[in-house]
Design a protein. Structure first.
Length: 213
């Protein structure tokens, strides 16, 4: 009598693989504060400009400004909002964030602007002293015991890392800070593969949007 054929073997089903979820990083938006109250309509010696900058650092915004609708929309859509601890950045945050939580951090304060010592007869408006002081700081490392260029670059790298870590959770991140330091952070973001997709420059209330592509 012929043997009965063996029953077919049943291969146990493989357990389902865990779904791989890829989270697209959120955008990082670097915005500059509103217009400060301290007037730039004056001519100053280098020593007077040093005093002017000290007042600028502790001063707030010019009264009567209205934040642009586009920046208000950016703030509304952001999952996290950071602000420099300087009063002009704090007042900017208060104007656009409608009572939302703002993460204040000295990591985002402006790089210093100590001017070189020029003769007392040589005077410039604050706008141009800022250019001269930034050049001396950047090229000649003129910092008068304040933050050096190398230290500011290290700080900008730390700031970029912190923002990227937050954006990688999928949240858009808004930073309310300062013109030159925002430039330094933006340069670090580009070095890390982030693209500048929207650029309003560095005027007051402006924003620059970076995305990972």
């Amino acid at each position: 009598m012929a043997d009965s054929p063996a029953p077919p073997k049943t291969v146990p089903a493989s357990p389902p693989r865990a779904a791989l979820v890829s989270v697209r990083p959120g955008a990082i938006v670097l915005a500059r504060h509103g217009e400060p109250a301290l007037s730039r309509k004056c001519f100053l010696t280098s020593d007077q400009y040093r005093d002017w900058w000290a007042k600028y650092e502790i001063g707030g915004l010019l009264a009567g400004q209205t934040p642009p609708p586009e920046l208000l929309a950016t703030a509304e859509g952001a999952g996290a909002i950071y602000a420099s601890t300087r009063p002009r950045a704090q007042e900017t945050a208060a104007a656009i964030c409608a009572g939302r939580e703002v993460l204040s951090d000295a990591l985002f304060i402006e790089a210093p602007l100590p001017p070189p010592h020029f003769p007392g007869w040589f005077k410039l408006p604050p706008k141009y002293w800022g250019v001269v002081a930034r050049f001396w700081w950047h090229v000649f490392n003129h910092h008068e015991g304040q933050e050096s260029r190398a230290e500011a670059e290290a700080r900008s790298e730390a700031a970029a890392r912190a923002l990227i870590a937050r954006a990688e959770s999928g949240q858009d991140v808004l930073v309310l800070a300062h013109g030159y330091f925002n430039h330094m952070v933006g340069r670090r973001l580009r070095a890390d593969g982030w693209s500048l997709v929207h650029n309003q420059g560095f005027k007051y209330w402006s924003q620059r949007r970076f995305e990972k592509r």
